[in-house]
Design a protein around this ligand. Structure first.
Ligand code: G6P
Ligand code: MG
Length: 211
């Protein structure tokens, strides 16, 4: 039986895709690097520095490590300014109902995110306390598709991987869940992933998977 659900944050709990996109777009424009939604789609679930690496594939010149750090910092400042405007309305459909239903059933809830802004976002939304465990980009060495984030969350929950469900909107996250020997549930853009065991349109469909 499933004892815990580990949720990715961006694109599963909260809609931040557009804010990440806008922040990367403004940096790309300043640098004169081509960037669009198709490239942005490849950044889902990928760490900040790895995302920058993907964007710089389009650059006309090489960037030094120091320049990369500076660009990543600029992107994050821009992203954090956009996060200041985050509200309840950015919560994805079914979040509150689903968390309440898990609680009723005695199933624990965790966050497993690549983002170093996860705690900031959760606290802005006032939902930090709704999760038993939060593991984010500050707690791990290797980002998805490496299973580290989910393995760490399960260990902190004291849950066997086979008893954990992972909800993910990113292909890299689904692959990470598989590598962690957990049950992957695809939502949104990850739907259609051949590795996903379940596909859902919104979190409203999650409780039915636990029956
Ligand atoms: C999530 C998002 C990615 C983002 C990553 C790092 O996985 O889906 O698009 O690059 O977090 O986010 P951060 O807030 O640390 O820059
Ligand atoms: Mg995501």
């Amino acid at each position: 039986a499933i004892v815990a659900v580990i949720f990715d944050l961006d694109g599963v709990i909260v809609s931040t895709d557009d804010k990440h996109y806008e922040a990367w777009l403004s940096i790309s424009r300043e640098e004169g690097i081509p960037f669009d939604r198709t490239i942005n789609d490849r950044l889902r679930g990928v760490s900040r520095m790895e995302s920058l690496g993907i964007i710089l594939e389009q650059a006309e010149r090489p960037y030094t490590e120091q320049e990369r750090e500076a660009l990543a910092d600029r992107k994050n400042s821009c992203y954090q300014e956009l996060l200041a405007g985050i509200t309840e309305a950015d919560l994805l459909p079914g979040v509150r109902d689903t968390l309440a239903e898990l609680k009723r059933r005695g199933i624990r809830a965790a966050i497993g995110s690549s983002s170093k802004n996860a705690r900031l976002i959760l606290s802005r939304l006032g939902i930090t306390g709704d999760f038993d465990i939060i593991v984010d980009g500050n707690d791990i060495m290797r980002s998805k598709p490496d299973p580290e984030v989910f393995v760490t969350a399960a260990a902190r929950l004291g849950a066997a991987p086979a008893a954990c469900l992972v909800v993910e909107d990113a292909e890299a996250g689904i692959a990470a869940a598989v590598a962690a020997h957990m049950t992957p549930v695809a939502i949104g853009p990850a739907c259609g992933s051949p590795l996903a065991q379940f596909q859902i349109q919104s979190l409203h469909e999650l409780p039915a998977l636990l029956e």
